[in-house]
Write a protein that binds this ligand. Structure first.
Ligand code: MG
Length: 374
């Protein structure tokens, strides 16, 4: 089998609220064609036009090339060799950031092809599944007020979620408001539901964060996420060492090398690599093993369409110690409609896809409606 084409397709809803931290308003779809008629799909949750440029760019020299050029004519089943070819071929401008994001989407599409070629779901090719359904936590933006927070949590609890994360929005503006929001969430959730809080880079320093996390404690947060910029590793270390509450981070980080350093420097309890940014399905499986060695939990970041839900589910299902799927509940069309499959939550659980490859089909009408003309 040979790769005949690699397409990077930008999808974008007509009206965008770019002031919100909601990356499900647009998407970058990867489509890899082969000479045997099998097509693989992948996704990248990054800045779509930048990713498209990285895929489409013509080569400059041996270690500075656009990615499409490196893939045409290659055997798509040799995923690990191709991952390393792409990494090496983009090393002057890559290693971290958008080049690794683009490689991630390509890696996902290659796993889709391999699964379809072999008639097996990706989780089985990875050596799983260790379980056939994964506990989902609802992931949404923190509303502006305690009243709205109560409403949002009650609504999600009513949909059967046994865990709920609220993030970004007003977190970090005012120390007392932070606590009021957390208290409102716990009051609406009752005792049984796990609650996570994503501070969205909102706290100024470790001392402030330590005080705030201690104030949160009586409302029993399951974890507190990303209070600082990803590069402020010393602040993460100070906070993680000082409090009992789990600290989570890593959605902006990538590769086994990046996560090895991140875990070494921060001492956090939970890492959150995103399968569409951190290096794809192949690299998440490697990062999971590194996390396991250190006794750190890996709960992949996942905030976009059905493609990322499927790719995350396959990796999580193949991990021996997985806990949660992050389940984005935004009402955006691309989150809800891009894949035909809807991933229903039943008793707080989502079933692993069982069809070959990623096990999802793209709704081509949605692609036609939202594709940005090249
Ligand atoms: Mg987050």
């Amino acid at each position: 089998m040979k790769i005949t084409d690699v397409e990077a397709i930008i999808l974008r809803q007509p009206e965008m609220d770019v002031s919100k931290a909601d990356g499900s308003q647009d998407a970058l779809l990867i489509r890899i064609q082969t000479d045997e008629g099998i097509t693989g799909i992948g996704e990248v949750d990054s800045l779509p036009p930048v990713i498209k440029a990285i895929v489409d760019a013509p080569p400059s020299h041996a270690i500075a090339s656009g990615l499409r050029h490196l893939l045409i004519g290659e055997n798509p089943l040799e995923i690990d060799r191709l991952w390393h070819k792409l990494y090496r071929g983009s090393i002057y401008y890559g290693r971290q950031g958008p080049a690794i994001h683009a490689i991630s989407g390509i890696d996902i599409a290659l796993w889709d092809i391999k699964g379809k070629a072999l008639g097996q779901p990706v989780h089985r090719l990875l050596g799983g599944p260790h379980r056939t359904a994964i506990r989902a936590y609802a992931s949404t933006l923190m509303p502006e007020t305690p009243e709205e927070t109560r409403e949002a949590v009650s609504g999600l609890a009513g949909r059967g979620f046994a865990a709920i994360k609220l993030g970004w929005g007003p977190f970090g503006r005012d120390a007392d408001l932070d606590v009021a929001l957390v208290r409102a969430a716990r009051e609406a959730a009752g005792d049984e539901i796990d609650l996570m809080f994503d501070i969205g880079l909102g706290w100024p320093n470790a001392d402030h964060a330590i005080r705030q996390v201690r104030r949160f404690e009586e409302y029993r947060p399951y974890w507190v996420e990303e209070p600082f910029w990803p590069d402020e590793t010393a602040a993460y270390r100070k906070l993680a060492d000082a409090v009992e509450t789990r600290i989570a981070c890593g959605e902006e980080d990538a590769t086994r090398w990046g996560f090895d350093l991140l875990m070494e420097r921060t001492g956090v309890d939970v890492i959150q690599p995103d399968v569409t940014r951190a290096g794809g399905i192949s690299e998440l499986a490697r990062i999971a093993q590194l996390a396991d060695l250190r006794g750190v939990a890996m709960v992949p970041h996942s905030w976009s369409t059905g493609i990322i839900k499927a790719a995350s589910l396959h990796v999580i299902g193949a991990m021996p110690n997985a806990t949660f799927l992050e389940y984005c509940v935004q009402e955006t069309a691309l989150n809800q409609l891009l894949t035909v499959e809807r991933f229903p939550v039943v008793n707080g659980m989502v079933e692993l896809p069982e069809k070959p490859g990623l096990g999802v089909e793209i709704d081509e009408e949605v692609v036609r409606r939202y594709a940005v003309p090249a």
